[in-house]
Design a protein. Structure first.
Length: 283
């Protein structure tokens, strides 16, 4: 059963060193098969911030863990206009990863990352037709029964960004992306960007979105918070059952919340208690 540690929005340059160390310790404790970072490695895409992020990744890899990641909007330079448009992800490619669409196949699960950060849209994310073709191509080759996991920085959906219920932006070309996700039977959509941890059923957010489970990670290590403390997720993934454990920063250490379990039903992933109630209900 593959185990993932899902981190997001590390924001090196606006990070808390103590929390970075605690994250590293928790990764070692969790002993995941893969660490997934869903973007915003840096605060302002500066060389020294990428170097710090790079050293963090080196330490995680030296401790024996595989890592994959995708860039976030903060990994594209904001003020250096020439670099922003001419070579927006050069530093990311130098210090984090040469590929912007990493793929990792494990026993029972396939994980694909797609870059949604763009130079033209300062904050919002986009996905393009070539990327959707690439998602189709990649997942269509994956053996039946494999859990398909798609990782982006920007969530595909408009999700709450504050306690008041204000919604963020859905990804550009959302319908195209959701058609592909639905047709390919993508199981898990992992993202960040909002600095708020949550899980949702795709079909509750948008009609025709299919049965995917949407898992948002908060910011793991940034000091810039949006009405919520730092956190990350630990996911245990099986063909029919996914368990999501939220790890919340409690001032001195991370504390684990009670894991939420989801079971695959004909309508997609359902929280276990709900799935059992549906199965017991008379037809
Ligand atoms: Fe962020
Ligand atoms: Fe972001």
């Amino acid at each position: 059963m593959p185990r993932f540690v899902h981190l997001s929005d590390l924001h090196f340059g606006a990070h808390d060193d103590r929390i970075v160390s605690a994250v590293e310790q928790e990764i070692t404790k969790a002993a995941p098969d893969l660490v997934i970072v869903s973007g915003d490695f840096t605060q302002r895409a500066k060389t020294e911030q990428f170097q710090e992020a790079c050293r963090f990744l080196e330490r995680v890899r030296e401790a024996g863990h595989e890592v994959i990641g995708v860039p976030g909007n903060h990994d594209v330079p904001l003020y250096d206009v020439l670099r922003r448009f001419m070579s927006p992800l050069t530093r990311y490619r130098r210090y984090i990863d040469e590929t912007l669409c990493p793929y990792h196949q494990l026993e029972g699960a396939a994980v694909l990352g797609i870059n949604t950060a763009r130079s033209l849209t300062v904050k919002d994310g986009r996905i393009n037709r070539e990327q959707i073709d690439f998602i189709r191509e990649t997942f269509s080759r994956v053996p039946e029964g494999t859990v398909r996991v798609l990782v982006t920085h920007h969530p595909l959906f408009a999700l709450p960004v504050s306690d008041g219920g204000e919604l963020g932006e859905a990804i550009g070309r959302q319908e195209l992306a959701l058609d592909a996700v639905n047709e390919l039977g993508v199981d898990l959509l992992l993202a960040g960007h909002n600095h708020r941890a949550s899980t949702h059923h795709a079909r509750d957010l948008v009609t025709r979105a299919g049965g995917a489970l949407v898992v948002q990670a908060g910011t793991a290590t940034s000091v810039r918070l949006r009405e919520e403390e730092q956190s990350f997720n630990i996911l245990d993934v099986e063909k029919e059952v996914v368990s999501v454990s939220l790890m919340k920063w409690a001032g001195e250490a991370f504390e684990a919340a009670v894991p939420t379990q989801f079971r695959k039903t004909e309508e997609g992933w359902r929280q276990s208690s709900q799935a059992q109630a549906d199965a017991a209900a008379p037809a």
